[in-house]
Design a protein around this ligand. Structure first.
Ligand SMILES: Nc1ncnc2c1ncn2[C@@H]1O[C@H](COP(=O)(O)OP(=O)(O)O)[C@@H](O)[C@H]1O
Ligand SMILES: [Mg+2]
Length: 393
């Protein structure tokens, strides 16, 4: 590290506390530190365990020299206790004699160093204290930097969350603003249609506008739904209905798309009524989204199979097509927002990658599940929707 903290070595500037119940040791240590060139140390002394502990924990000094023996207690105990309470300044344990077990124990208990009292020269003592000081200041500096970075990350994170929330708000606003002009345009087209006083060319152009505006409206409605989902404002209007009614209206609504795609629709729906409780508009939307995808991703001449299978407590709707299929690697993301496997598809067919996200959310809000399956590109795709039923009548 290039920025090691510098020690102030002017006379008396490093305050050291000796915690040692033997006053002879105190005089000896005072002598040793006094011999250090420049006399940078000031030495204080306490023979009491409790006083020493308090001093270490409140950080009264720059460094602490701690005797191994402290009356009935030991320096190791004091180390452990001070560490549990948190301390900043370095502590050096003074041991009576070389004893590797004690040394290890000292380091383990959190001593920054240990010194053998016998043969302790002023140079050794000086070096140990300085080294411990530099080390602990570097550690403190590192900790400060980590804390700084962590705070910064938290701030960035917060800013991102805020930006995301603003994006959601913007999306909602955008969708509303886009929708506002659509209704008058659709009304005007309807008036033109009813007036019916136009020639062929005008009629064709009017119908073309009707189709395009209707498509625009669908996209905008999807956008609105997404913003309702992300803000948790999507509400259901549940009623009793049958799966047959749902399939009928979904097929009705998707018929023009299936026909435009030149697909054959194969229905396999049991005559026996399956009753469920749900939002008619939303469940129809679910089936339509899946049907429209089948139309979108299946070559002309292909087929779409819709089958219904009642089970105890639930009903399964399976929509299978003979289209382009889905690679296994994309299946897990398929129901995520804005997921589109192939964005190069003809833009007249394009969507926003919202449909299946809505499908999953709506099905789950009804207590059901939806899964997608494909054996890979070119093999078609199967969507399976399970919904809880009220009762099979
Ligand atoms: N029946 C299907 N066959 C093949 N791929 C499909 C089928 N249904 C959906 N997909 C893939 O899943 C993606 C997401 O579908 P969807 O959420 O409805 O968005 P969009 O229709 O707007 O692209 C599609 O872009 C397509 O890649
Ligand atoms: Mg779609």
């Amino acid at each position: 590290m290039g920025t090691e903290p510098k020690l102030d070595l002017s006379s008396g500037s490093i305050r050291v506390l000796l915690i040692d119940d033997d006053e002879d040791d105190r005089f000896l240590t005072e002598e040793r530190l006094g011999d250090v060139p420049g006399r940078p140390y000031t030495l204080d002394w306490t023979p009491h365990y409790a006083e020493g502990l308090e001093a270490i924990c409140t950080g009264t000094h720059d460094a602490y020299l701690l005797d191994f023996r402290l009356g009935a207690r030991t320096g190791i105990e004091l180390l452990r206790e001070s560490r549990a309470r948190g301390r900043a300044a370095p502590v050096i344990l003074l041991t009576g004699q070389a004893h590797s077990q004690t040394d290890l124990e000292a380091l383990d208990a959190g001593a920054d160093d240990y010194l053998e009292k016998a043969g302790l020269t002023s140079a050794l003592l000086d070096r140990a204290i300085r080294y411990a000081l530099v080390q602990s200041r570097a550690a403190a500096e590192l900790e400060r930097k980590v804390r700084e970075r962590t705070d910064e990350l938290a701030r960035v994170n917060e800013a991102l969350r805020e930006a995301d929330r603003r994006k959601d708000e913007f999306l909602a606003l955008l969708a509303h603003e886009l929708r506002n002009p659509l209704t008058p345009i659709l009304n005007a087209l309807e008036i033109l249609r009813l007036a019916n006083d136009s020639g062929d060319t005008v009629r064709r152009q009017r119908e073309r506008m009707e189709r395009q505006v209707a498509q625009l409206k669908r996209l905008v409605e999807d956008l609105l739904d997404v913003s309702r989902i992300t803000t948790g404002k999507l509400r259901l209007a549940p009623e009793r209905l049958t799966i047959q009614e749902l399939i009928d209206s979904a097929v009705d609504m998707s018929r023009s798309q299936l026909e435009a795609a030149k697909l054959e629709l194969v229905l396999n729906v049991p005559a026996e009524q399956v009753v469920l409780t749900g939002d008619r508009v939303r469940l129809t939307q679910v089936l339509c989204n899946v049907l429209n995808n089948a139309a979108k991703f299946t070559e002309p001449g292909g087929r779409v199979f819709v089958s219904v299978a009642p089970h105890p407590g639930r009903v399964t709707v399976t929509i299978r097509d003979t289209g382009v299929g889905i690679a296994e690697s994309v299946l897990p993301q398929l129901f995520g927002l804005f997921t589109q496997v192939d964005r190069t598809l003809s833009r007249s067919q394009s969507g926003l990658g919202i449909g299946l996200a809505l499908v999953r959310r709506l099905v789950e809000m009804h207590g059901g599940t939806v899964t997608a399956h494909s054996d890979g590109p070119g093999t078609g795709a199967t969507f399976t929707i399970h919904l809880p039923v009220t009762r099979a009548a």
